[in-house]
Ligand binder design. Sequence first.
Ligand SMILES: Nc1ncnc2c1ncn2[C@@H]1O[C@H](COP(=O)(O)OP(=O)(O)O)[C@@H](O)[C@H]1O
Ligand SMILES: [Mg+2]
Length: 248
Amino acid sequence: MNPPLLKVSGVSKAYGAIQAVDAVSFEVQPGEIFGVIGPNGSGKTTLFNSMLGQISPDAGRIELKGQDVSSLGPLELNRRGVGRTFQTLQVFSKMTVRDNLIVAAQEHRGSLWSRMFAPTESGLGEQADALLAQFHINHVAQKKAGELSYGQQKLVDIAMAFMSAPDLILLDEPCAGVNPHLVEQISKLLKDLNKSRGGSFVVIEHNMDFVMGLCHRIMVMVEGRVLCVGTPDEVRNNKDVLDAYLGN
Ligand SMILES: Nc1ncnc2c1ncn2[C@@H]1O[C@H](COP(=O)(O)OP(=O)(O)O)[C@@H](O)[C@H]1O
Ligand SMILES: [Mg+2]
């Protein structure tokens, strides 16, 4: 049997007396959209940062396609096919939208040295144009990213994560501060990208309708621990979730 795309085993991270992430284990299969929900402060972002080599967890192991990647940093993980978006926008506001996408992919391609001497676009322009069209932001390709609405910048931000053609993308609250119309658009986009590119996602999000409508499986975190993992229906009807998370 093929190994899971992502296997997280016993990851823990404390900040002083706060156990931000407490022995979290889960697996994500190829092609899966996996949701992570939980109240503010339940450890979701810390878990992401641990999985992405942004911080070193105190314990635990991360495997990608059966290989131990626990000790790798963000750039090396990106080269191995893991992309991410952050809870806050990461676009370069003075650069055009299209250049933002191209630079995002170049970052993934190698050292500054090799980038300086490689042809500027080297096929990335076409890839950027395809994504801009898929994200319905091709009409603003030549605008400075900072001139766009917050919602459009969010789309640019998500498109940037796809430029390195990752196997797995981790999205931290893609719908934060976004209007309901755009929430639907993002949901539809991720479903399309999941189908057309076989992309797998791990998505942290507070918007329940979004998570329930998009994800194949959902993990609920409370106080750093995994409360349960299941399909949207299983999670919706789980008594522990209703008690602990929804406060019923
Ligand atoms: N860099 C940090 N230093 C100290 N405490 C932190 C740090 N990052 C997160 N925490 C704490 O860890 C807990 C989990 O935070 P976080 O992972 O951001 O949760 P979530 O993303 O689910 O809202 C919170 O109690 C938070 O205050
Ligand atoms: Mg967070």
